[in-house]
Ligand binder design. Structure first.
Ligand code: HEC
Length: 153
C-alpha cells in the first residue's frame, strides 16, 4: 500500500473521533455520547424505537416529550424509577450518562433552564425503588400536569 493511502486510513477515523468528542462535550451530564448511543440501541430502542417515536399502544415516545416530565413535580423521580430505566442491567454511571443523553437527544426543547443533569449517585438512589403497578396512574397524573405548564413553554 502507498504510504499516502495508509496515512489517510489512519487519519480518517481520528478525524471522525474528534468530531464525536466535540459533540459529547456539548451535552450536559453525558461524558460518553458514543456509549450512550450504543446503550440506547441495545437496551431501549426495542421499545422506544431508534428515533424515539415509540408506538401507539404501549411504548411511549421520547421524541418531543420526554423532557416535559422534568417540568412537573415528581417527574424527575419518575424518569429514574420507570422499570425500563431502573431495572436495566447497566451500572449507575452508564445509566446516568444514558438518561441524560436520552433527554437531550430526543427533547432538547423542553429541558428546563435550571435542569441539573442526573448524577450516578441520584440514579443509583432512584432505581432502588422501581415503580410497579402504580406507574400507569403516576404517569397519567404527571402527563395531566403538562397541560398546566403548556402556556409557559
Ligand atoms: C420493554 C419495553 C421498554 C424498554 C426496553 C424500555 N422502556 Fe422506557 N418505557 C416503557 C414504557 C411502557 C414506559 C411507560 C411507563 C411504564 O409503564 O413503565 C416507559 C417510560 C420511559 C420513560 C418515562 C417517560 C414516559 O413517557 O413514560 C423514560 C425516560 C424511559 N422509558 C426511558 C427508557 C430508557 C432510557 C430505556 C433503556 C435503558 C428504556 N426506557 C427501556 C417501555 C420500555
Amino acid at each position: 500500500m502507498k504510504p499516502g493511502r495508509l496515512a489517510l486510513l489512519i487519519a480518517l477515523p481520528l478525524v471522525a473521533g474528534v468530531a464525536v468528542k466535540a459533540d459529547e462535550a456539548a451535552i450536559p451530564g453525558v461524558h460518553d455520547a458514543y456509549q450512550a448511543r450504543t446503550d440506547y440501541q441495545l437496551k431501549c430502542q426495542g421499545c422506544h424505537r431508534p428515533d424515539g417515536s415509540g408506538d401507539d399502544h404501549s411504548n411511549p415516545p421520547m421524541k418531543g416529550i420526554v423532557a416535559r416530565f422534568l417540568g412537573v413535580p415528581g417527574g424527575r423521580e419518575f424518569i429514574g424509577r420507570v422499570p425500563g430505566v431502573a431495572t436495566v442491567d447497566l451500572p449507575d454511571d452508564r445509566l446516568a450518562n444514558l438518561v441524560n443523553w436520552t433527554i437531550y437527544r430526543f427533547d432538547p426543547a423542553h429541558v428546563p433552564q435550571d435542569f441539573r443533569p442526573y448524577t450516578a449517585e441520584e440514579i443509583g438512589r432512584l432505581r432502588q425503588n422501581p415503580l410497579r403497578l402504580e406507574r400507569a396512574a403516576t404517569r397519567a397524573r404527571l402527563v395531566a400536569g403538562f397541560a398546566k405548564t403548556h402556556s409557559e413553554q
